[in-house]
Design a protein around this ligand. Structure first.
Ligand code: DX5
Ligand code: ZN
Length: 223
């Protein structure tokens, strides 16, 4: 199913109010909830770990999409399964054994995602497409919200060709807004992560702003 799914990143939410923020974005039309886990080592920023993700779980009624920007990954797979991740995404750059990591993620009962940094070519996932449910194309260098979109539409198009008729989502993460969303949707992306472009101007007191931000991105992507 290639309909566009908008996945707000709670990296741009109020860190003192994750439960309310998650409920607000879902009430305002989010399809998935994107959770950015950073370790201060694979990326130069630190967010939260499995205990916090487990605390988010009861607030998420859609799909909890957990993006691991950590290395190593394998020692933590069971903890994120236990925390209730629906999709668990690991970076191809995070270690020498991404093939084994994807098998372990599925083995633990989750959907498996593989993420590519901007400098990594589409071909890096050529032998992983039967092991992955999602390929995440980073359109910023990971670590922070609010960065400028890097145009990798050629890579997105190439990935869609490689994926063929396999049931694999192509997710775009970084700098997605109403201007960039149509470029990546046209190239074949179906899951659009957006942090700053969803949370901008809104709050749990003014959640309708989240709703209009989500609608504007979706309308642009579907146009
Ligand atoms: C970046 C994260 C993204 C980020 C997107 O390292 O993986 O999910 O929060 O934020 P925006 O949409 O603001 O670029
Ligand atoms: Zn992310």
């Amino acid at each position: 199913d290639r309909t566009i799914k908008i996945a707000p990143s709670i990296l741009s939410a109020d860190f003192a109010n994750f439960g309310q923020e998650i409920r607000a974005i879902e009430a305002q039309g989010a399809d998935w909830v994107h959770v950015d886990v950073m370790d201060g080592h694979f990326v130069p920023n630190l967010t939260f770990g499995p205990q916090a993700v487990k605390a988010f779980r009861p607030h998420v009624r859609t799909v909890m999409d957990v993006h691991l920007m950590i290395a190593p990954v394998d020692p933590y797979i069971d903890a994120y399964a236990e925390a209730g991740a629906d999709v668990l995404t690991a970076h191809v750059e995070a270690g020498p054994h991404i093939h084994r990591t994807l098998q372990a993620i599925r083995g633990a009962g989750m959907k498996a995602g593989v993420a590519l940094n901007p400098g990594t070519p589409a071909e890096a996932v050529a032998h992983l497409l039967d092991l992955a449910d999602l390929v995440c194309v980073m359109t910023v260098n990971p670590g922070f919200g609010g960065q400028k979109f890097i145009d990798l539409t050629g890579k997105v198009r190439r990935l869609r060709e490689m994926i063929g008729d396999r049931p694999v989502h192509v997710e775009i993460d970084g700098g997605v807004d109403p201007t960039t969303a149509p470029l990546v949707a046209e190239a074949g992306a179906d899951v659009l992560v957006a942090g700053s472009a969803v949370f901008r101007g809104g709050s749990v007191e003014a959640p309708e702003v989240y709703g209009s931000n989500i609608r504007t991105i979706r309308d642009a992507a579907e146009a």
